[in-house]
Design a protein. Structure first.
Lengths: 115, 112
């Protein structure tokens, strides 16, 4: 079954450092998303991406965050200057955009720890 | 974001019995409702969805019921199996933006 692949599975970074989280969506999918889950809290929407541009973003997704599809397969989330409160599980997801009969497909997540 | 609420943080059920998970929502613009299952250290896995134009959708052991007037949906798992022990998330989206709003999750424990 096709998978969304995320790397690394765990990243530890110092506060103020830049991090890039990587995702390989399912190859024929057109819509890409980042969500995050702070420990003990809800899964929260960050951003959606379609046709090489952001289509929606939440208030969490401020100027410190950016997304990119640098080539035909990767989808990245960059946090420019990490803060302690950025520590969370970050999930990438993709969909083919034909509806929600099959939901999105999520990756296994990257656990980001900011120290 | 309190648009989707799962008021029961946990549920314990005997193997073979029915598990019923509940979810309430406040946004009348939601068009689709989804249930996801999540194991520790894994991403959410899609289980079943329902469109707002339906009141029931069934897939094997999983059935989702939607009561639009009450803004309430439920997931029934029959029969419950030990492998069903996981966190279950209710999510909803308006088709206009494909953005999922999640509930806080319900941890299901299936006892042998």
């Amino acid at each position: 079954e096709p998978e969304v692949t995320q790397t690394p599975s765990h990243q530890v970074t110092q506060m103020g450092q830049e991090v890039i989280l990587r995702c390989v969506p399912i190859s024929n999918h057109l819509y890409f998303y980042w969500y995050r889950q702070i420990l003990g809290q809800k899964v929260e929407f960050l951003v959606s991406f379609y046709n090489n541009e952001i289509s929606e973003k939440s208030e969490i997704f401020d100027d410190q965050f950016s997304v990119e599809r640098p080539d035909g397969s990767n989808f990245t989330l960059k946090i420019r200057s990490t803060k302690l409160e950025d520590s969370a599980m970050y999930f990438c997801a993709s969909s083919d955009g034909t509806g929600f009969q099959d939901g999105y497909t999520f990756g296994s997540g990257t656990r980001l720890t900011v120290v | 974001d309190q648009q989707v609420k799962q008021n029961s943080p946990s549920l314990s059920v005997q193997e073979g019995r029915i598990s019923i998970l509940n979810c309430d929502y406040t946004n009348s613009m939601f068009d689709y409702f989804l249930w996801y299952k999540k194991y520790p250290a894994e991403g959410p896995t899609f289980l079943i969805s329902i469109s707002s134009i339906k009141d029931k959708n069934e897939d094997g052991r999983f059935t989702v019921f939607l009561n639009k007037s009450a803004k309430h949906l439920s997931l029934h798992i029959v029969p419950s199996q030990p492998g069903d022990s996981a966190v279950y998330f209710c999510a909803a989206t308006p088709l206009a933006d494909y953005k999922l709003s999640f509930g806080a999750g319900t941890t299901v424990t299936v006892r042998a």
